[in-house]
Design a protein around this ligand. Structure first.
Ligand code: GAP
Length: 512
């Protein structure tokens, strides 16, 4: 089995064993691509949400928050384009009865060809060393040229088929000889569009019930409230509205744990700007959002931008911030310049004006919008998977440590009496009573202290505070640092300051 797969399996099992994430309704064998956040997961998720909220809302005078309802008037989704265009092309295998996204099957095939080209490039790099000119090699080596042009041709045909005629996508799958990845069968149905929105009903009787959708993104709640917020908050363009909340998509290919779920949470911000100024703000937000990610210290090399060449119908520029997940670089956040598409569409469908009077220009206009949209669950996965480490210590033993950024750790400190007698538990409880107003702290008296340290390491707790017999004499304790395992003897009165220094959002966000 590939090493990457092992790492990922380890992430999933650690998340379950240490109370971060459970499969939904597991007693009934779970529900595909739906997960529950457990006692530690819910704290980590809350801390990520707060870290985002603080940097977006609290730190920006011109950005305010919103919590719009999940259920919205159904015309919202007609106006936004989701009823007509929020589709994935799906294809069934007639023999295995398995369902796939047709575009993903073709893209994966094209990626395999790309990997062959990359292998040739790597081989040549090793052979020629410093003298290697990659650009020249890519354009002159016959095999690489053939691989790359074949890949380009496939992706172009796919893009054309997706917009013109889905039957061409089926023809492409057959021509390339793409087989069901699980069974090898090539017996395919036609490709059909499948809308990703979950439908539900509002109303008591079947006849009078109104068809509704569970929102597939939080953004539309912001758009339809644009004027309410602007007027009640006397906001001046440029300004932003931020929101976190659940979104629902009936994903066809829902794998990779919490990376692609059917019920997930988004953290979105719509920034309303003067028409013509959107590109300036698009670049500003691309830059600012990357800095926010980097402030968490998960490693610069784990992020990259992917600028979109093919744009969605509402955008005039778009980029993803991709993260190096255990299964490779994948989208973590999207930054989109959405033009005035959404506000104009809501004006058209509602018959209400959604315009702003700009006192400096002395004119009315529909603002343009730059959106930042990050998946909270994907952030969780990025942070959790990157932090999980197996270390070999100097004495040859190993330890599992979850090196979470301290600002996000579910529990900031564990207080451990060395023994369960001689008044040590009482002092430990007193320390907890004092610290718990400011930090999430835990008490642990079970097992030998070494085992307790290991347990807290695996939970990602940045500090262990040990109360021993010396504490009785001089009111000092040892404080052990999770990552270095270094222990310092400090006064009980110093604890708050030491912890605060490591976990305060201010100190982390100042790195932006
Ligand atoms: N309002 C824009 C929008 O929704 P998107 O690229 O479809 O854009 C934004 O989604 C972010 O939401 C993604 O970058 C990803 O982090 C997250 N996301 C989207 N679909 C998801 C899913 N099925 N499961 C988990 N996260 C998802």
């Amino acid at each position: 089995m590939a090493k990457q797969e092992d790492i990922f399996k380890n992430v999933v099992s650690h998340a379950k064993e240490y109370g971060f994430i459970f499969p939904s309704s597991e007693v009934y064998d779970g529900l595909s691509a739906v997960y529950d956040y457990a006692q530690n997961g819910v704290e980590l998720k809350k801390n990520i949400r707060e870290y985002w909220w603080k940097s977006m809302v609290q730190m920006n005078e011109n950005i305010v928050g919103l919590d719009a309802a999940i259920l919205m008037h159904p015309t919202t989704w007609k106006a936004s384009g989701h009823v007509d265009a929020f589709n994935d092309p799906l294809i069934d295998n007639k023999d295995s009865k398995k369902r796939y996204r047709a575009d993903v099957l073709v893209e994966e095939f094209a990626e395999k060809i790309n990997q062959k080209a990359q292998k040739e490039i790597e081989k040549a790099k090793a052979r020629f060393g410093d003298a290697f000119n990659e650009e020249e090699f890519i354009t002159t080596n016959a095999r690489v040229v053939e691989y790359l042009s074949k890949r380009k041709e496939i992706l172009e045909r796919l893009a054309k088929g997706m917009t013109d005629d889905l039957q061409d996508v089926k023809a492409l799958i057959e021509e390339l000889g793409i087989a069901d990845p699980e069974t090898g069968s090539k017996n395919w149905t036609d490709v059909k569009q499948f809308n990703l929105m979950f439908g539900t009903k509002l109303g008591a009787s079947a006849e009078s019930a109104m068809d509704l959708y569970l929102r597939p993104e939080t953004a539309q709640g912001i758009f339809v409230n644009f004027l309410n917020v602007q007027k009640s908050g006397r906001m001046k363009v440029p300004f932003g509205i931020a929101q976190t909340g659940k979104a629902f998509r009936n994903e066809i290919v829902a794998r990779q744990f919490i990376f692609r779920m059917r019920e997930f949470e988004q953290m979105e911000m719509q920034f309303f700007v003067r028409p013509g100024e959107e590109m300036k703000w698009y670049h500003h937000w691309k830059d600012t959002r990357l800095k926010w990610h980097l402030s968490l210290g998960l490693g610069k090399e784990n992020y990259r931008f992917h600028d979109h060449e093919k744009l969605a119908h509402y955008a005039n520029a778009a980029a993803d911030i991709e993260f190096n997940f255990p299964f490779g670089f994948k989208e973590l956040e999207g930054i989109h310049s959405r033009t005035d598409f959404d506000l104009k569409a809501h004006e058209e469908y509602s018959g209400r004006k959604l315009q702003y009077f700009d006192p400096e220009l002395n004119e009315n206009y529909v603002p343009y919008v730059v959106e930042t949209s990050v998946g909270l669950d994907r952030m969780f996965l990025a942070v959790f998977a990157t932090s999980l480490k197996e270390e070999t210590l100097e004495d040859g033993s190993t330890r599992t440590v979850l090196e979470l950024p301290a600002v996000l750790a579910p529990t900031k400190a564990a207080v451990l009496p060395l023994v369960k007698k001689d008044g040590l538990p009482e002092i430990s409880r007193k320390i907890i009573e004092d610290l718990k107003w400011d930090f999430n702290v835990a008490y642990d008296e079970k097992d030998a202290v070494g085992r307790r340290y290991r347990r807290q390491d695996a939970l990602g707790t940045p500090f262990c505070i040990t109360v021993d017999h010396q504490t009785l004499e001089d009111e000092t304790v040892t404080i052990r640092h999770r990552d270095t395992m270094k222990q310092d003897r400090v006064k009980i009165t110093e604890l708050r300051g030491i912890i605060e220094n490591e976990v305060s959002m201010k100190n982390w966000l100042m790195k932006m």
